[in-house]
Write a protein that binds this ligand. Structure first.
Ligand SMILES: [Zn+2]
Length: 502
């Protein structure tokens, strides 16, 4: 047979659409052409495939070789198609049985020696191949990652020769297994019990976790804002399998494997304020996911919020609403998931000590205003909870830690989330204004009291709805169907910045 076809997969965001590699040998001057609009990297694969075939002891056909990667409009970059192209040439020249390629998909880059090199994004490939009930062949280095997918049929090989021996029925290839990937998922998570003092801030973390509210800590340096922030993932509900796979699929596109040991843990990403817009939201020539997508299903922590460029913060508004980010390029738009919980921290002024009882702050009134205004605006509007984190007294720091562990707090969070799911099918943090009014009804005396208080504090209509949502979460944490006045009063306490800004 002089015509062969082999299946492989492209990478398109977290999708992995099927690509058909067609190889045709015809008589004429020996040549090799690749069609299907592949990019430079695919053209380079011609040279790698030729060397790999020769170094694995095969003949490189002295024919006119035409290779077509279909469909043509898909993005095709990187060496991920090498293995499929090499097998196509071998099948078309009858060096491997073409019928053995049926029901299989192949992915992997070839070294000149014929060894198989790992590629990025194997997990999305495995998820799609499983849906189609195809057996997937991957490089050995990608085996653990591909095997995270449930019910997957993945075998791994370390060289082209191994794959051809398998296709000839001369050798079996090892079935990939997820190693010890999901054992002891909680071991490394920082525990809330380690944080001394800061009762209000800890409570705010619990509320944020329970209602999926975004949260801002405001306080002088050295009060443990970062330490508190790193405790949030540990009190969030455990990820479901589909959530974990979605989050792992994004990590899989970045070509590092250190996430594999704790792939069931919610991610915690803390990009520095000097990070570029592309690093934060994703992009580049072949658009890569940014920090906000790597935080999908977990927490994005922005320390020293006013230090981030205003432009970068503005870009975060859309994914905060939609849970995804679309990166537009001339030829294609790539979409990445980006449903993260935002946690931010800031000093109250440039020196950090505004409001300090010992008068340590040396900033002028204008400096303080300018600093706070930098963080305010549309992004701040999307943060429900603003919480002051004051310095901790020395006696508390020296005391033995006595607070609750993350595991105990997490149980309450899980129970509160279940109440929300049953009542409205989403978390309180995700309620629209209209839904908020439906599920946050107050009795008339509480309503009057609340409206009056909000008016006195000169809060906006938006802030009014945010307070109601927080009060709803407080009621859920208490196991109460109705929002009570105590919940409303506590909620008002979580708007520290509104007070600062007056
Ligand atoms: Zn200051």
């Amino acid at each position: 047979m002089s015509l062969a076809q082999v299946f492989t997969r492209a990478q398109c965001g977290v999708d992995a659409p099927l690509v058909r590699v067609e190889v045709h040998l015809s008589s004429g001057l020996p040549s090799l052409s690749l069609v299907g609009l592949p990019e430079t990297a695919v053209k380079e694969s011609k040279d790698r495939v030729r060397s790999a075939l020769l170094n694995s002891g095969f003949d490189f056909p002295a024919k006119r070789i035409t290779i077509n990667l279909a469909p043509a409009e898909l993005p095709k970059e990187g060496g991920r198609y090498d293995l499929a192209i090499a097998l196509g040439i071998l099948a078309a020249s009858a060096q491997v049985p073409a019928s053995a390629l049926d029901q299989h998909e192949f992915i992997g880059e070839l070294a000149l020696s014929g060894q198989l090199q790992p590629v990025q994004g194997t997990l999305p490939v495995a998820l799609m191949a499983t849906q189609q009930q195809h057996r997937l062949v991957v490089p050995s280095a990608n085996a653990c990652e591909a095997a995270l997918c449930p019910n997957v049929d993945v075998i791994s090989a370390s060289s082209l020769a191994d794959v051809t021996a398998y296709l000839h029925g001369q050798q079996t290839l090892p079935q990939a297994s997820p190693a010890a990937a999901d054992s002891a998922p909680d071991l490394e998570v920082a525990d809330l019990a380690d944080v001394r003092g800061q009762q209000q801030a800890k409570r705010a973390l619990e509320v944020a976790a329970a209602g999926q509210h975004n949260l801002l800590f405001i306080g002088p340096p050295g009060t443990g804002k970062t330490m508190l922030a790193t405790r949030l993932p540990g009190i969030l509900p455990p990820m479901s399998e589909s959530e974990a796979l979605q989050s792992a699929s994004v990590q899989s596109l970045c070509g590092q494997s250190d996430w594999l040991q704790h792939w069931r843990q919610r991610p915690f990403r803390a990009p520095h304020h000097t990070a570029s817009g592309v690093a934060l939201v994703g992009g580049g020539m072949n658009p890569k996911p940014g920090e906000i997508s790597l935080a999908h299903g977990g927490v994005l922590f922005l320390d020293e919020l006013p230090e981030y460029s205003r432009k970068v913060l503005d870009v975060l508004r859309e994914p905060l609403e939609s849970g995804r980010i679309v990166i537009s390029r001339a030829r294609q738009s790539i979409e990445y998931p980006a449903r993260f919980q935002l946690l931010a921290a800031m000093n109250p002024c440039p020196c950090g000590y505004f409001g300090d009882p010992n008068g340590r702050c040396r900033c002028t009134h204008e400096q303080v205003q300018r600093y706070q205004n930098q963080a305010s605006g549309p992004l701040l509007d999307r943060i429900d909870l603003h919480v002051a984190v004051p310095p901790v007294a020395l006696s508390q720091l020296q005391a033995q830690p006595s607070g609750e562990s993350s595991a105990v707090v997490r149980q309450r969070v899980v129970a509160a989330r279940e109440r929300q799911q049953q009542r409205q099918g989403c978390t309180n943090g995700q309620l629209s204004s209209r839904q908020t009014e439906q599920v946050c009804q107050l009795n008339s005396s509480d309503h009057d009291w609340f409206s009056h208080t909000v008016e006195q504090l000169q809060l906006s209509a938006r802030a009014y709805h945010r307070l109601l949502k927080i009060a709803r979460t407080l009621a859920d944490l208490a196991g109460s169907d109705a929002i009570q006045r105590a919940h409303l009063a506590e909620a008002i306490g979580y708007r520290a910045l509104d007070r600062y800004l007056h």
